[in-house]
Write a protein that binds this ligand. Structure first.
Ligand code: SF4
Ligand code: SF4
Length: 431
């Protein structure tokens, strides 16, 4: 009974804290400007099924894709067992599904064990890639102490949970063989039966190991759940809505600014009645000038570095890293959210995404090639943030680089980027 009460208290606290922190992230995302991404629901569901569920963009790097699928499928499916653990914890039962599921139960537990081993192997390979092979994609100036530790913590937690799961089963397997108390014959143990010989043969220490691993496994999962909102691993939840709300127009297609379009149309046609546009600045100086989708992108970023590894600016030694653009955006919106919590929603900390987090040199290094958006496994669009910030620099501050100012002047005066008058356009065809 005491164990049940402790379990209920831990479960309630974990669910409460997670809901609270996930709610803060939702609030932060909604600080962004509005944008309509509810059109074409059928295409959106299809995109989500293909990219988030089917991991279609991961396959470009086959080894990483296979390992990631082990972790993804394994972790999701093994967590079905968590349902049984929860019910056992709440009602003080043991392996409650074994009777109603009959022989299917053995098949399921056996399958979970195979998946647990695959998850273990994949996590060890991923740890080695980061800490022994030192894959270039996982380095970079934005991969400071916390992002590096975060990735390692996640892998170590997953390894620990899988080891606890297999050890718990191994102890259970032995207790079943010894016909101890409520440890009735249930389940099949293709992997943990190899660990069993390493465990003691007496009932009391075996029960202590089984119960210890049971508590470690379930409290570890609840702690991991609460770690998610502070970690890049939050992508396991946000990847689904983020891909659903993907940009459906061609990647290179830029949005027109309604306020500018209105002005041009009014100049050309005095009878034109402009559509109402929300007041605000041109482009983005801070995170609240971005859309909620930009901010959801930032919280979905897995810091995998696929975008940066294909960025021509980064490859040729420029300061720009699209992964850093996303991480800076997430750090800044988190800071804005924390300020709201501490000082209220009107607090101004005199900081902004531009200059305090992302430099102008980074922004102007972008070639707008879209390689980053194409490479991202969860359909994040760093380029949209870059172009919105450039729009602010050009349209609000008139601070375009000198090399662009000449072109802007030509467009304004000659209607084309070149330095000659419109009347001379066909000179090339003479003779
Ligand atoms: S669009 Fe810009 S940030 Fe993205 S890959 Fe191309 S150059 Fe890099
Ligand atoms: S933006 Fe996409 S590709 Fe780039 S680091 Fe984040 S998840 Fe990876």
């Amino acid at each position: 009974m005491i164990a049940q009460i402790i379990f209920i208290i831990i479960l309630a606290a974990a669910v409460y804290l997670f809901t609270k922190n996930a709610g803060k992230i939702r609030r932060n995302i909604l600080l962004g400007r509005d944008t309509d991404r509810n059109d074409n629901p059928a295409i959106r569901w299809k995109t989500m099924a293909k990219v988030a569920l089917g991991q279609s963009k991961m396959v470009k790097r086959p080894l990483a894709a296979v390992m990631h699928i082990f972790i993804y499928v394994g972790f999701v499916i093994i967590n079905i067992e968590v349902l049984e653990i929860m019910i056992d914890g709440l009602f003080g039962s043991h392996r409650i599904f074994s009777k109603p599921l009959g022989s299917l139960y053995g098949f399921l537990i056996g399958g979970f064990e195979v998946l647990a081993v695959l998850v273990l192997v994949a996590c060890v390979v991923f740890l080695a890639r980061r800490n022994i092979v030192h894959l270039k994609r996982f380095s970079g100036k934005e991969m400071t102490a916390w992002p590096k530790s975060d990735a390692n913590y996640i892998l170590i937690i997953e390894i620990s949970l899988m080891v606890a799961f297999l050890t718990m089963n191994a102890a259970d397997y032995k207790l079943q063989a010894l016909h101890v108390g409520h440890y009735l014959k249930a389940g099949s143990f293709p992997a943990s039966s190899f660990i069993a010989p390493l465990l003691p043969n007496q009932a009391t220490p075996l029960e202590m190991i089984e119960r210890g691993c049971w508590w470690f496994h379930i409290t570890g999962i609840l702690a991991f759940l609460n770690y998610l909102p502070y970690s890049k691993h939050f992508h396991i939840l946000l990847a689904f809505p983020n891909t659903y709300y993907s940009k459906l127009t061609p990647k290179g297609q830029f949005s027109n600014m309604a306020s500018v379009t209105n002005e041009v149309k009014a100049m050309l046609d005095p009878s034109f009645v402009p559509e109402a546009t929300a007041p605000g600045r041109f482009g983005a100086k801070d995170v609240t000038d971005l859309t909620w989708k930009n901010l959801m992108d930032a919280y979905t970023c897995t810091e995998c570095g696929r975008c940066t590894s294909v960025c021509p600016a980064n490859i040729t030694g420029k300061l720009l890293s699209p992964r850093k653009i996303m991480m800076d955006t997430r750090d800044r919106i988190t800071e804005v959210g924390n300020n709201i919590d501490k000082f209220g929603k009107d607090h101004n900390d005199n900081k902004s995404l531009l200059d305090d987090y992302i430099s102008r040199e980074e922004l102007w290094a972008c070639t707008t090639c879209n390689a980053c958006t194409d490479a991202c496994p969860v359909n994040i669009d760093p380029l949209n943030i870059i172009t919105e910030m450039r729009r602010y620099i050009v349209m609000e501050e008139s601070q375009a680089p000198a090399s662009l100012n000449g072109m802007f002047g030509n467009v304004e005066n000659n209607g084309a980027p070149w330095k000659y008058s419109q009347a001379d356009r066909l000179n090339w065809a003479e003779k």
